[in-house]
Design a protein around this ligand. Sequence first.
Ligand code: ARG
Ligand code: ASP
Length: 721
Amino acid sequence: MKKLFITVLAIALFTNPAKSDEGMWIPLFLGELNEAEMAAMGMRITAEDIYSENHSSLKDAIVIFGGGCTAEVISGEGLILTNHHCGFGRIQSHSSLEHDYLTNGFWAMDKSEELTNPGLKVTFLIRMEEVTEQVLEGVELNMNESDRSAKIEENIIKIKEDAVKDTRYNALVKSFFCQNRYFLFINEVFEDVRLVGAPPSSIGKFGGDTDNWMWPRHTGDFSLFRIYADSANNPAKYSVHNIPYKPKKHLTISTRGVKQDDFTFIFGYPGSTTEYIPSFGVDLQVNYINPVRIALQGKRIDIYKQAMNDSPEIRIQYAAKLAGIANGWKKSIGENRGIMRLKTIDKKEAFELEFQEWAGTSEERRLKYRTLLDEFKKIYNELSPVYRNSIFLGESVFGIELIKYARTYRDMVNASKDKNAGVEKIQALASDLKKASDTFYKNYQVAVDKDVFIALMTALFSDKDQSELPAVLTRLYNNCDQDVEKMCEKIYSRSVFTSKEKLIPLLDNYKRPDYKILEKDIAFKIAVETGIFANSRYVSVISANSLKLDSLMRIYMAAQIEMQPMKNFYPDANFTLRISYGNVSGFNPSDAVAYNYFTTLEGIMEKEDPDIFDYVVDEKLKELYLNKDYGNYADQDGTMHVCFTATNHTSGGNSGSPVLDADGNLIGLNFDRCWEGTMSDIDYDISQCRNIGLDIRYCLFIIDKFAGAGHLIDEMTIVAD
Ligand code: ARG
Ligand code: ASP
């Protein structure tokens, strides 16, 4: 039975009808599934050139950068290219008042100046292999879910062990098509990765959060790093003796430029999509989760922005916090608009009617699938309001910095009360907390946080009946005559966490019994009791239902494939290496509006505003612009192209991915999507969804003409005419 099931899926996968540009494809199957279409769309290389286990291929130049981005090797000396926003944390960590690399940029003028980044890793894929049969070995149809997972877990451990025995590689097994298929990934991880170059934020983050997720875009979102290896070219921990890694493959770069309709593809690591969920799942995202996030995060963003406008000090203190919230917040808004516009829920409901009909057409299908959608509906009906409440409470209570920070003292209180915890442990915790407190207070403004408290608590108490809230909050609220401003005063005037001056002496001389001070602190109490309340009311319901949903999705995914044998299915993104392909193209975002596919330096000058932080233009860049000093990097039209859009289906994680041309040359660096198209994680639509990439010529121009780091260009392999 199990075999049959896999065969049905395999047949479904290998019958290839025409498709649109939608899809994030598994490189292993490119030859069977996509090559013909890619060739018809203009590709001049083969599937083997892109992914091969027998000889070097483009895949040998693609890496996971850190935990959530892609990067690519662009020289024979291990130089890698990724986004500025992917390297941001590293660039920031090297920055100080004397060396402010975030503001001024950083360029190593020779290898000795490159900066080490403890903890930063890059991961190469050595090979991948389907292991569905081995993973499902011993899994019986009538098994209950927990026995099933236990068996699968046991098999996976064995597969991984066998796969990397006596090698220096790592193994990973991941589920595809909602646990219907499994693939093994053999990876090689390098741990000595050094910072080579980064433009100033006025280039690398030009337009900031204002332009984020938007087209037309002018952000020079790139940074450069280098992989180091030991003398045998193998991964090694940082050492002065390490030498630049000699890669199996590095990308050639084309400065020929990009034209409307050119074939392009993107090779990288998209993180997560949910294209096959039922209408109820979309409803949960769009009507329960996103609106709460949009409303509550929006309140915080407004307060932060106002404070940042009023004070240069707060601008610096809250920049990273704002960027962190604003990216997800803005995406949720775009996603909701896109889903409404595409009528995704209606389309899914229409499909579900068809599905229901199909599921009634044979006894076997009736048995397997007929109740499936009802079961989904029942679970989502229960889950959706709980989810909303849980997110509402979390966003409002832990959106307050004081409460979120107080929560980090839980371990200390627990350890202090635990007789088995030794003095060393307590001392270590105190010293960690002290370090963390430096970072916290460096970027903390009580007045800003109080405004956030008032806004979020007002929202919470007007949305919720008191019976739905933790007693610690309702008690305070009622004791303060149901006035959140009074409540705020009470909490902020009493808590030790509001000031470093109160807290540091406590940490400096911390003795076990001091936990009593922490434990009775009002902010700490709110943090802990809200956590307990959320666990008992929401978390258990959510996790039990999520498990049920996983198992229903496994069946529903298989059923969708069975129902549409002529459709070429791609698996949802799961942070494994994928190929997306499409064409360079502008788009019409709304009635009467047409967007060109590329932007230029002229646009940077149009946006320039010395009074608005996001739109400051560096003097050197202005000078190059005024003298039209573009070196070999100008377009044939005489302008300096900055970014371009194409129809490649991408997601979070594709940041830093190479945009490649028909010959497999690097022509751009992916970093974002257009706002109108952010629903592509749920519903891709070729008329609205565009990926945004940096034109590689702008990147080279900045390295060469702006930074004077021509020695880096010399390392690269550039094809021009
Ligand atoms: N929106 C892009 C992505 O999802 C870029 C984010 C970084 N830029 C920013 N302004 N926050 O990651
Ligand atoms: N900006 C995203 C990233 O960081 C890419 C995207 O969501 O399109 O991966």
